[in-house]
Write a protein that binds this ligand. Structure first.
Ligand code: HPA
Length: 243
């Protein structure tokens, strides 16, 4: 079954026909919100708003372990993580959607692994290709039919937040090869892999990253681009649910 983790700008899926909600208890505490079971365009999905139903949980406080564990527990095997990002390279202008294929982790101090205690042996997951190739392809195909333009591939730099970056930090990320910057990609992506879940990200650029334009980044700009772009993202998700 398909799971969708909604990010900023996607705390609800309008076209989702809700069947029921369930707060799943996990060994890691509570997920961000009850899981919503429903039908999206006729296909069953499970939806979870990453920042909570009222958008009150900041990126560094999200219980990524509980969120993913709960999803797996109820039978989800593939997950699309929605993400609002700042654009660093030219191909990530505000309004652009992207299915990244690589990620760099700059976060710190987050509960980032399930392989910590009660181990039979020390476990190292492979993370060469951090995203599920099959689901990435399905997402890209789901975008073509409604004619939504999506970048195929790119490197997501995951920062700690909740503050935005300095322009020097963005220059560093760009030197490292990052195309976009967001605050929630890690450890969500790696915990999904630890659980054997097929995970891909659908990123929407909502601003130019720090120092890419003159002047500060405003929430008004971010919110405007979020509202515009999430409509396009929803079209992809509707098509994906049936795939
Ligand atoms: N930086 C980090 N995270 C973000 C940004 C940004 O500029 N925009 C949206 N999420």
């Amino acid at each position: 079954m398909l799971g969708i983790i909604g990010g900023s700008g996607l705390t609800r899926l309008d076209a989702l026909r809700v069947d029921r909600q369930e707060l799943v208890a996990t060994p890691y505490g509570e997920p961000s919100a009850p899981l919503t079971f429903g039908h999206f365009d006729g296909s069953p999905i499970v939806f979870l708003p990453r920042h909570g139903g009222a958008h009150t949980i900041p990126p560094h406080k999200v219980n990524y372990r509980a969120n993913l564990w709960a999803m797996k527990q109820v039978g989800v095997d593939r997950i699309v993580g929605m993400a609002a990002v700042g654009g660093i390279t030219a191909r990530m202008a505000p309004g652009v959607l992207c299915v990244p294929d690589q990620i760099i982790d700059y976060t710190w101090g987050r509960e980032h692994t399930l392989f910590e205690t009660d181990l039979d042996s020390v476990t190292h997951i492979d993370f060469t290709d951090p995203y599920c190739a099959e689901l990435r392809q399905t997402l890209l195909t789901a975008a073509t039919e409604p004619g939504v333009v999506v970048n195929d591939g790119g490197t997501y730099g995951a920062t700690q937040g909740p503050r935005l970056e300095s322009s020097a930090e963005i220059r560093r990320l760009e030197r490292d090869g990052c195309d976009m910057v967001g605050m929630t990609g890690m450890p969500e992506t790696s915990i999904a892999r630890e659980l054997g879940l097929c995970y891909a990200c659908l990123a929407l650029s909502v601003n130019w990253a720090a120092g890419k334009t003159d002047g500060p980044i405003t929430m008004a700009e971010i919110e405007r681009n979020l509202a515009a772009g999430m409509g396009e993202a929803r079209k992809i998700l509707a098509n994906l649910a049936g795939a």
